[in-house]
Design a binder for this molecule. Sequence first.
Ligand SMILES: Cc1ncc(COP(=O)(O)O)c(C=O)c1O
Length: 393
Amino acid sequence: MSERPDFDPSTLVIHSNRSYEMQSNSILFPIHQTATYIHESVGVTKGYGYSRGANPTVNALEQAIAAIENTATALCFRSGMSAIHTLCMAILKAGDHVILSDVIYGGTMRLFHQVLGNFGIEYSYVDTSSAAPVEAAIKPNTRLIFLESPANPTLKISDIRGVSEVAHKHENILVAVDNTFLTPLLQDCLALGADVSMLSTTKYIDGHNATIGGSLATNDEKLVERLRLVRKTIGSIQTPFDSWLALQGIKTLPARLEVHCKHAKQIAAWLEAHPRVAKVNYPGLDSFPQKALAASQQSDFGGMLSFELDASTEDSLRFMNALKLCTCAESLGSVETLATNPATASHCDLTREAREALGISDRLIRLSVGLEAPKDLIADFEQAFAAVFGSKA
Ligand SMILES: Cc1ncc(COP(=O)(O)O)c(C=O)c1O
């Protein structure tokens, strides 16, 4: 960590790994596509023994992520879900209790409902938008508070500072934040008091829909060692090739995020002013009820929004199907603008009643605003409105 040059993040994501390939001087760090490493003599290695434990290309990505997390180390995993799963395997045991943000990615809910619950892990969904409900939900066996902010898909904001303060009154409670929607460049969860920052690198870190991956960063060195051990044991490390692709993606992360934020602001304002739009969830809008909380812990509002048309679910889905430039596809954070319907995608496991209680109606559309020119995206929305509502659009 002390060796990391004092560069701006936009420089660090390109130059965090200074150990270039010596044989040819290739400017790109190579893909070390290998399962194992030659021992110089029995038991003597260059620090790499077997790629389930560590790999130089994975490590290069880890250094780039650690640079923007401002930690000594970050660890990369086969997916965002495998990062969360490894964290849980590393710190929880049967009988422990976890507090989860009430609005949270559907896959995280599935992990607790359908997998960890079977191993005696207790969990509760709590409104994490302020510290008080979290404090009230803490039990003697609570070990982890897992926040997601802004949350998928309603953009609900958790009070990371407040929740961390309350949690740290207790000796054994860790706070982890799924920071996938913003990345540490827009929200420094660790500086806000959280113990662990988690990313689905599939999204903004990669940025090009090329890989599935995840990362964890923490300043707790003991936890890093425990995570390494569990990762090596269950085999959840990222692959060299996917790490290499994500390593190319992260180099443009700061530049891309600036454009994502700028475009999302424009699209959110345009949608909000449209007569066929009933509601837009975007933390940068004055109408967003938690704008002040978002502004107090984020440096910008990100590229994600969700909205409801003033129309039936059927017409809302027809609108999505009529989009030509925006792509209907799961995932987010890529250069392409992607639209999804959370009720049939990320949150399909929940009952309609449970979704509605969280603000996830069947007609909600989630939009990951890409890097296309906003005027072209707006023209696409206009033609989709016209296709569904005709001249009444
Ligand atoms: C907020 C959030 N966290 C975690 C994940 C899981 O990441 P992955 O798909 O890389 O496993 C997703 C996936 O959509 C997500 O949106």
